[in-house]
Write a protein that binds this ligand. Structure first.
Ligand code: G6D
Length: 344
């Protein structure tokens, strides 16, 4: 196991965690972000995630890519919520709503970093203190995000946090996978499995509407692995509205179930099994439209050239308690964990 460190631009570092099997996970303190994930396939490295080579490109082209998202991932309708009888209004940055914690949130901050290597595990922990009232959110919030890589080809993300005042907190990571290693190629022929009997439909502004919809007999039924293509080609109005998937899947969490989700490359050579302590996964198929032809590492992105598996509480929970709670009480310890097991 080892970690190498190099500059990723002015004041910003890139850490590469490497195991004895040659898996390389590169992360940066700029947004506590995943930049690259490489595995050896047929003697060549295949890069499984989308990314750019410089901080400037992230800022210009897509600042959420690979980043830690917070304080609250997804959309807060009209930026309003209530904690213990107190009303809050946070900054608005998309159609009169708050997306991913408002503008310039976790993803554009330079986090503190600390690395550690043992024979079996390499870890980098990024920490950031979000000051009270940042983008309107209450409480000084201390956040730690730890990326770990083990020798059995598992890598994980741990989120820990506490606040000096009760607040809301619902972080995730916004890494886009393309297990074919080519952002020019749609993920339509990847196989996806998600252990969810229900998903949350959206309105035209991509806000959840407080409904849990059964996946049965619909394109949203990924309980048995199937090609993603169906969500791009069918006539399901939810898919057509967002041009694919941009939906929360409410995880079943059966004791017998081994994994929560599985993604397999088009050629079947690479797979990722995801297991999480979070209750939901927002699956976003990078529905950026035909005009978003942005040069990325390896090639120029084409529509649907990536897919996120964003572990979190279903967005809208501040309005719809049936989705769970995103309240982090004063001095309570927050901890969520997601493991991604690689097969190649
Ligand atoms: C998220 O769900 C949202 C998308 O709608 C958004 O476009 C993207 O982040 C940037 O996953």
């Amino acid at each position: 196991m080892k970690i190498t460190e190099k500059s990723f631009g002015k004041l910003v570092k890139l850490y590469t965690l490497e195991n004895d099997q040659g898996v390389q996970l590169s992360v940066t303190d700029f947004g506590a972000r995943i930049v690259r994930l490489q595995v050896p396939v047929d003697g060549h490295y295949r890069d499984l995630v989308l990314g750019f080579n410089t901080v400037e490109e992230y800022l210009e082209k897509d600042h959420f890519m690979g980043a830690t998202i917070g304080r609250v991932a997804g959309r807060i309708a009209a930026g309003k919520f209530n904690i213990n009888g107190e009303n809050y209004q946070v900054d608005l940055n998309e159609n009169g709503n708050t997306l991913h914690g408002g503008s310039d949130s976790f993803e554009t901050k330079i986090w503190e970093s600390k690395k550690n290597v043992t024979d079996e595990l390499a870890t980098v922990t990024f920490t950031y203190t979000s000051p009270a009232n940042e983008n309107g959110f209450p409480g000084n919030l201390n956040v730690a995000v730890t990326y770990s890589l083990d020798n059995a080809n598992g890598w994980s993300v741990d989120y820990k946090a506490y606040s000096d005042v009760s607040t809301v907190f619902n972080p995730t990571n916004h890494v886009y996978f393309n297990l074919d290693g080519d952002p020019a190629k749609s993920v339509a022929n990847h196989d996806l499995q998600v252990e969810a009997d229900y998903y949350a439909p959206l309105d035209k502004n991509k806000l959840t509407i407080g409904k849990k919809q059964s996946v049965e007999y619909s394109t949203f039924d990924f309980r048995h692995s199937k090609k993603i293509a169906e969500v791009f080609e069918g006539d399901n109005t939810q898919n057509r509205m967002v041009d694919g998937l941009d939906h929360p899947f409410l995880l079943n969490k059966n004791n017998s179930q081994k994994i929560d989700a599985r993604l397999v490359s088009s050629d079947g050579r690479v797979a990722i099994d995801l297991t999480t302590s979070s209750p939901a996964i927002v699956v976003f198929t990078a529905n950026f439209g035909a005009d978003f032809n942005v040069p990325m590492r390896h090639s120029t992105f084409n529509n649907h050239g990536g897919i996120t598996l964003e572990t979190q509480v279903t967005p809208g929970a501040e309005r719809y308690p049936k989705f769970g709670s995103i309240i982090l009480n004063k001095d309570e310890r927050y901890h969520e964990h997601t493991l991604f097991s690689l097969e190649f």
